[in-house]
Design a protein around this ligand. Structure first.
Ligand SMILES: [Zn+2]
Length: 433
């Protein structure tokens, strides 16, 4: 947090009590009072930060909420009614207006909630409620039960990204007490880990849910640095169906694996061409890429294989469509239909790149809220590109480290949760009437 004075100093002057703790101990706890927040935003924010994290106070702090959220095994691709119901109940108990948006699957839903004036443009706090499975064998504790060890909080989704959800929800009671002149929205999605499936359905209806937003903060783990860009992605699955037969008469069959080698060669050729194509030095590597991820086919060495399946993905720098990058490969596969093969082509997941200008108002706002410069790009993808494609400026900023995601003993630190909650309260403070 470059540029911010030392945190959690005792605030020497100007602290009055808030409604929660009735002023008890206000300003005397060195752990909880953020001197800078108080100086820049007034003592209401500083007091609220202190109060609602105080042990034993009514209400839940970010750790308590994270414990609840981690307890729901909301694995991608499975029903999520339990976690949606809990979050809805929490939001409503603090006065938010909540809309549950069931997806076409019928057993899972997005959730959109608002505090503050609904008819004014405001800011979206965006996160996904699903997590990847916890099938790694090296977990040292139950992945769907929060385990605290020192200031580290372990559990599936702690960093990716229930930590952000918990910090945002923990800030709600304080935000709900502010006289907001613009709204804060909570946009929580499902099945993000399956190619951002859920959020698309929410974005289709965003025009009915709120006034055109000023921006969206996507709380993927970024160590609370605001990030303005990522590549776009498209993943495809190709099937080539041939004709089987005895391997002694390959001339009588249609060998699907042989056909697929042409598709693989076309992929390698495109990969080579991309190395010298549109480049963006903000990314590593600084150009668009393709990769074959899986290939399967054949049953026995003495049978002509009648099916070969290949999965590949494209990752494109901003300004390049990842789906278009796959077109030559698709054309190569489909050309085999002229020789009697049958082919199928399915885009299994796709999302657009994110590219927010360094001088965009949202980028400038986040610099102020985090006290650090924004970062141009990261290598992982998020829902932010879809928000931007829907006409909403988006930026990534959340607690925790992406390196801890999708692996055993995923964790987040308590101070990271607190830093995120502070950032969100600072955002709300800028919206006070
Ligand atoms: Zn995530």
């Amino acid at each position: 947090m470059v540029g911010w004075p030392e945190r959690f100093e005792v605030l020497q002057t100007g602290v009055s009590g808030c409604g929660n703790c009735m002023g008890r101990n206000a300003g005397t706890d060195p752990r909880m009072v953020n001197a800078l927040a108080a100086q820049s935003l007034g003592s209401v924010v500083a007091n609220t930060l202190w109060c609602h994290r105080h042990e034993g106070e009514p209400g839940m702090n970010a750790k308590d909420i994270l414990e609840q959220l981690i307890g729901f095994p909301s694995v991608v691709g499975t029903p999520n009614g339990d976690i949606v119901a809990w979050v809805k109940g929490y939001l409503e108990s603090h006065g938010a207006t909540v809309t549950v948006l069931p997806g076409p699957e019928g057993d899972r839903a997005n959730l959109f909630a608002t505090i503050g004036p609904k008819d004014k443009p405001g800011y979206i706090l965006s996160g996904h409620m699903d997590v990847v499975s916890a099938s790694e064998r090296t977990w040292t504790s139950e992945p769907f039960r929060l385990r605290a060890e020192g200031d580290q909080l372990f559990g599936r989704g702690a960093s990716d990204m229930k930590g952000f959800l918990a910090a945002a929800l923990a800030g709600l009671p304080a935000m709900a007490k502010m006289p907001l002149s613009r709204p804060i929205h909570f946009a929580f999605s499902y099945d993000e880990e399956a190619g951002c499936r859920g959020v698309r359905h929410m974005l289709e209806r965003i025009g009915n849910l709120c006034a055109p937003p000023l921006g969206a903060i996507i709380g993927e783990p970024s160590s609370m640095v605001a990030i303005r860009g990522h590549k776009g992605k498209a993943a495809a699955r190709i099937e080539i169906h041939g004709a089987t037969g005895h391997s002694s008469r390959p001339d009588k069959g249609l060998n699907a694996i042989h056909a697929m080698t042409a598709v693989m060669n076309a992929t390698l050729k495109t990969i080579d061409a991309l190395r010298s194509s549109a480049s963006d030095q903000n990314f590593e590597p600084p150009y668009s890429t393709l990769q074959i991820g899986t290939i399967s086919g054949g049953r026995s060495v003495n049978i002509i294989p009648d099916l070969c399946v290949l999965e590949l993905e494209a990752r494109a720098v901003p300004g390049v469509s990842p789906t278009v990058l796959l077109e030559p490969i698709k054309a190569t596969a489909e050309a085999f239909e002229n020789d009697g093969f049958r082919t199928t082509w399915e885009i299994s997941s796709t999302y657009p790149a994110l590219s927010l200008d360094v001088d965009a108002p949202l980028a400038r706002l986040m610099e102020g809220l985090t006290g650090a410069s924004t970062l141009a790009a990261v290598s992982y993808g998020t829902e932010a590109g879809l928000y931007q494609a829907a006409g909403i400026d988006a930026i990534i900023c959340g607690p925790g480290d992406i390196a801890r995601a999708h692996r055993a003993d995923e964790f987040i630190r308590l101070d990271e949760l607190i830093a995120c909650e502070e950032m969100i309260l600072r955002l709300a403070a800028t919206l006070r009437g």
